[in-house]
Write a protein that binds this ligand. Structure first.
Ligand SMILES: Nc1ncnc2c1ncn2[C@@H]1O[C@H](COP(=O)(O)OP(=O)(O)OP(=O)(O)O)[C@@H](O)[C@H]1O
Length: 267
């Protein structure tokens, strides 16, 4: 088996008294697309921030490219691309300026980064917007710029936190294909998403985080039980969330039949 790109050893993290990660343990081989999923607040972004050295764990350890976080020098950064969740891009810059800046931070020349930015933006349909300030972009256009920014230096490993947010159906298909192509050329992709049908068809391996630990890990074909026709069903089963209908009913009951203060005041 090839050397692992990423290894998490019994990772633990709490914020105050709240334990977010109690024991997270997995290892990822190169050339794999890994979908990292879990309910809201499960700790997916926290895991990625710890991997990238942006947060300190309370226990356990992370090895990226075989090196523990503590002993890394900055050189590993050239080999990773990160799309943070809901990141704000520099509104005052144009996409060309922003991508040139990011490319330079990764050690590219401004000319090379500019040329690559122009070509990549053209492919994803952003040519007309390239020299417009990002403040004028739609949500999906900003997300595409963030995706390109994470790739511009041709990294080996991608950490994408909800990269599909705001993308239209065509853009999602394009990004899926780009990820497959990157994987086929040996890159490793670790991404989180709440879009279960995409995760189901795109991921070579799915890691489901719940209650601070990994509760499922493998290709969908191996994880699916007979009753779970889809990843959505598997997710619902494993996260113990079966009463959507009852909860929705209760919710609307409170709105419509609860005799709220506001209703009482207008009566
Ligand atoms: N800096 C922080 N200080 C205190 N609590 C935090 C901090 N960062 C995250 N948390 C808490 O840790 C938990 C995990 O958050 P995290 O963002 O990692 O979840 P997630 O799985 O990425 O969720 P989502 O799917 O909603 O994006 C949440 O309860 C969150 O409130």
């Amino acid at each position: 088996m090839a050397n692992s790109v990423l290894k998490l050893n019994h990772l633990q993290k709490r914020f105050g008294s709240k334990v977010v990660l109690s024991d997270v343990d997995f290892e990822i081989q190169p050339g794999t697309i890994v979908g990292y999923i879990g309910p809201n607040g499960a700790g997916k972004s926290t895991t990625v921030k710890i991997i990238l050295g942006l947060l300190e764990p309370d226990g356990g350890s992370v090895e990226l490219f075989g090196q523990p976080v503590s002993s890394r020098d900055g050189s590993y950064k050239k080999h990773i691309g990160y799309v943070p969740e809901g990141a704000d891009v520099f509104n005052a810059l144009t996409a060309r300026e922003y991508l040139q800046l990011v490319g330079q931070l990764y050690g590219m020349t401004s000319v090379l980064a500019g040329e690559r930015a122009e070509k990549l933006c053209a492919i994803v349909g952003l040519s007309d917007a390239l020299d417009r300030r990002i403040v004028s972009y739609s949500k999906g256009m900003r997300q595409l710029v963030l995706i390109i920014a994470s790739l511009i230096h041709n990294p080996d490993v991608l950490f994408w936190d909800e990269p599909l947010n705001g993308l239209d159906a065509n853009a999602v298909l394009l990004v899926e294909e780009i990820l497959r192509e990157l994987r086929d050329r040996g890159k490793t992709i670790f991404y989180s998403s709440h879009i279960m049908d995409v995760v189901q068809k795109l991921s070579d391996r799915i890691i489901l985080l719940n209650g601070g630990t990994v509760v499922a890990d493998g290709p969908f074909s191996e994880l699916a039980h007979e009753d779970d026709a889809s990843l959505q069903e598997l997710f619902n089963d494993l996260t113990g969330y079966a009463e959507h209908g009852e909860k929705a009913h209760e919710f609307v009951d409170v709105l419509m039949g609860g005799g709220t203060d506001a209703e009482n005041e207008t009566d």
